[in-house]
Design a protein around this ligand. Structure first.
Ligand SMILES: Nc1ncnc2c1ncn2[C@@H]1O[C@H](COP(=O)(O)OP(=O)(O)O)[C@@H](O)[C@H]1O
Ligand SMILES: O=C(O)C[C@@H](O)[C@H](O)C(=O)COP(=O)(O)O
Length: 334
């Protein structure tokens, strides 16, 4: 069973639409950000991180987004190009909008937080008419991420991209990517997340993100299985629920479920886990691996990235993930 379209005639394996921002990760770690003096700048934004991860694993990737007309915007585009990511559909804003900043605070390996500056960001100014149907028709897979639904016109641009993808048989992956500070109310968030999710073939999120989506339903009981069952009533073939260090569970529309444990990691920061997991998991599906093998691959990629200071820069190659998993398994057998 292939969970992603296998159109051989597509020139791009994967494109994402959404935010391109900058991560500023504290260099002085294991202390509050009030005590941090210096930061390291990386390209960031969950859909950008996932795309960088896919490209690093050898996937032909592209991106649809909008960057600020300044040094940060130019830094982002050149970084993507240096990572062999097609940037033909990345638009530059000229209204004075800025680049979103994500300051990562690392108080301890298990106590990290993100301070996000998201006012007047260029990524949320992507317009529906700036989404190219022909570009989307070139791809096998389109990834959308939830934060792009937070404001107009980005919100409408995503729904146009979803319609183009449906029209051209492009598989649609929804990485829920819920960032509360970008939204005004849980009701608004749940409404738009659900409308988008109805069109998606694969939905990936944490338990908390799915709980947010179900907030309007006033359910009497909630479980991963019930969450997944809801989406099989729409377009979904695969629903993955992530549980941090406890691993992940995937439900397929044939009624089966698959679990994956996390791998041991010398955790530097917990951020980056979800993006690298998604990159590894989707890479596995693109190789026509089983769901379980793909989940294991995503878990290996995540373990590498949480053991690193960055997210995008630390995205591993496919052989690095394979070697890491082999090493973990051999150590487990000792
Ligand atoms: N502390 C950790 N050590 C090793 N792997 C982890 C750790 N935290 C998360 N992971 C891996 O990353 C995956 C996604 O992490 P999770 O935190 O659930 O997503 P998100 O980063 O989107 O919140 C998990 O299913 C697990 O495989
Ligand atoms: O998505 C953002 O805007 C911030 C990311 O760039 C940052 O690396 C991050 O928080 C990734 O976290 P994850 O969702 O746990 O992978």
């Amino acid at each position: 069973m292939s969970y992603l379209s296998t159109h051989a005639d597509r020139s791009l394996d994967f494109i994402a639409i959404g935010r391109l921002c900058i991560d500023l990760n504290a260099n002085e770690i294991n202390r509050p950000m009030e005590e941090t003096v210096t930061f390291t700048k990386y390209v960031g934004g969950s859909p950008a991180n996932i795309t960088i991860g896919m490209a690093r694993m050898g996937v032909k990737a592209g991106f649809i987004g909008k960057v600020a007309g300044d040094q940060m915007g130019r830094f982002i585009v050149s970084y993507l190009e240096r990572n062999q990511i097609n940037t033909d559909e990345i638009v530059t804003d000229h209204t004075g909008a800025v680049t979103g900043l994500a300051f990562t605070e690392i108080k301890s390996p298990t106590d990290c937080s993100i301070l996000m500056y998201r006012d007047n960001v260029a990524d949320l100014l992507l317009r529906p008419e700036e989404v190219s149907e022909a570009y989307i028709a070139r791809a096998k897979v389109l990834l959308i991420s939830g934060t792009a639904l937070a404001q107009s016109p980005s919100r409408e641009a995503v729904f146009v991209a979803l319609d183009f993808a449906k029209k051209h048989g492009v598989s649609i992956v929804f990485d829920l990517d819920y960032r509360p500070y970008t939204w005004t109310s849980k009701e608004e968030t749940a409404t738009y997340y659900n409308l988008a999710a109805e069109k998606c073939d694969i939905i990936i999120g944490t338990r908390e993100e799915f709980d947010m989506m179900e907030a309007l339903e006033r359910r009497t009981e909630s479980s991963d299985a019930l969450t997944a069952a809801k989406w099989f009533g729409y377009s979904a073939k695969l629903v993955i629920i992530k549980h941090g260090k406890a691993g992940s569970i995937a439900y397929t529309h044939d009624g089966l479920s698959h679990t994956a444990a996390s791998f041991p990691a010398k955790v530097v920061k917990t951020f980056g886990a979800g993006d690298s997991y998604a990159a590894g998991f989707l890479y596995g599906l693109m190789q026509n691996w089983t769901v379980e093998k793909s989940m294991e691959f995503g878990s290996g990629a995540a373990s590498i990235v949480v053991s690193s200071h960055s997210c995008s820069d630390a995205m591993p190659t496919a052989s690095e993930v394979e070697s890491y998993i082999a090493r973990c398994k051999s150590e487990e057998m000792k």
